[in-house]
Design a protein around this ligand. Structure first.
Ligand code: RNT
Ligand code: ZN
Length: 421
């Protein structure tokens, strides 16, 4: 049942007073939330398929499972699905695009041939929606990545191919940033690694450093473009060794002052990324988050409102790190409605940020006073505060469905559009 506006207004009014009693300004929290863009990953919409004419199998040690009907097959379908998801998510957000989603007009354009013109349709769409864009070279799902190595490949010819792809991706990112008046973060993630134990763990990392130096050789204005690098612990088929490990990229990003990408699903199963933020941001200029949820061996389940997500949001808000953090999503689930997946994951990320923004100042005061008993007591009590009433009010003011009423809209879109595909 959709909640009525009257009920939402009544609940909000009670919640507002309750928070005000604790020194929390709910209006200020909502205004702060409205200023945080989330970069929606295009690849949830078509199971990381892309729009190249050759359209090969997904590779690179990532996998999408499920065969829910109605996935987007063309850029127009993907944009229509994104429009639908964005209409259900409060706030102004961004689009995160992968290189193999270019519009190639039915012609084979290999990865070392991509140009800004192939992304004009996306830029026009983003401009019409008042959105910024982020970008990624696609170093997987390609014959030249078939043996599991790209920028660190032992053969120079293969490395050069991927270096050229990444160089062109940066140029495209800069074109997007310039066209949209908001810097594009171009994130380099490569799958390179070994299924089984290598003898030489060093040489591939030396080759990767050399390739990255070549990719980043040309300075680009930070007004339009930022470079990010993303690590991973293991992938499917690269269980024993990944060239671009956390330590590798942490070191590379510090040395070269690049944006460090932390994907929540790329660490040991019980290792969260929240506690890394304050440390990493002392030494790298900015962070890119891939908000995701690891479940056993999969790093990309739809984001739920769990402790790991809340811890990330708390760190960003408590330490005032939002201005130096780019928040992006990275999950892919083909077993449920894909538009619902985007909506659930993005709304949850925003909810976690709202809860963090509504944190009563008494928690920090207790800690400062050395009252550790009070800190724990207040922290646990704060979990029961009526943030849901503030969330519903926020959705209403942003003109999107409150509560679970967005689901009915996804279901009617499924009946009218997705089921016809
Ligand atoms: C893979 C990385 C990477 C990809 C996307 C598609 O493990 O997380 O970010 O998910 O580039
Ligand atoms: Zn990622």
């Amino acid at each position: 049942m959709a909640k009525s506006s009257k009920l939402i207004a009544q609940s909000y009014s009670a919640a507002k007073s309750r928070y005000a009693d604790m020194g929390v300004d709910t209006e200020a929290a909502m205004a702060a939330l409205a200023r945080i863009p989330i970069s929606l990953h295009c690849w949830q919409g078509d199971d990381v398929g892309g729009f190249e004419t050759s359209g090969g199998e997904l590779s690179g040690g990532i996998a999408v499972t499920g065969n829910y009907p109605g996935k987007a097959r063309t850029p127009d379908e993907l944009r229509a699905d994104l429009d639908k998801a964005l209409s259900l998510i409060p706030g102004k957000h961004r689009l995160n695009l992968h290189a193999f989603y270019g519009e190639f007009g039915g012609v084979k354009v290999d990865r070392d041939q991509i140009e800004p013109k192939h992304f004009k349709g996306w830029v026009d769409w983003a401009k019409a929606n008042g959105m910024g864009m982020d970008f990624n070279p696609t170093c997987f799902s390609h014959p030249k990545a078939a043996d599991g190595f790209t920028l660190s490949h032992p053969k120079k010819g293969i490395r050069d191919f991927w270096i050229e792809h990444c160089i062109r991706s940066r140029e495209i990112g800069a074109y997007m940033g310039k066209s949209l008046g908001s810097a594009t973060v171009t994130n380099v993630w490569i799958p390179d690694g070994f299924k089984d134990t290598p003898v030489d763990r060093l040489a591939p990392r030396q080759r990767l450093e050399d390739s990255l130096d070549k990719v980043f050789a040309k300075p680009l204005s930070p007004k339009h473009h930022l470079d990010a690098v993303e690590s991973k612990l293991f992938g499917i088929g690269s269980e024993s060794y990944v060239v671009g490990s956390h330590e590798f990229y942490m070191g590379y990003a510090i040395k070269n002052q690049k944006v460090l990408c932390l994907d929540a699903g790329h660490f040991h199963p019980t290792e969260g990324i929240a506690d890394k933020l304050s440390s990493a941001l002392m030494f790298v200029p900015e962070i890119l988050l891939h908000v995701s949820r690891g479940v056993r061996w999969d790093s990309d389940h739809v984001v739920t409102l769990d402790d790991a997500l809340q811890a990330i949001a708390n760190e960003l808000v408590r330490n005032k790190l939002l201005a130096r953090t780019h928040i992006g999503l990275d999950f892919f689930d083909a077993s449920i409605n894909r538009i619902a997946a985007w909506t659930i994951g993005t709304r949850n990320t925003l909810k976690a940020l709202l809860i963090a923004l509504l944190e009563p100042p008494a928690l920090r005061e207790a800690e400062k006073a050395g009252d550790l008993t009070g800190r724990l007591a207040l922290m646990e009590d704060a979990k029961g505060l009526p943030w849901g009433a503030v969330w519903d009010a926020y959705c209403e003011t942003q003109g999107v469905p409150a509560g679970n009423s967005w689901l009915a809209e996804v279901r009617s879109y499924e009946a009218a559009v997705l089921s016809k595909r």
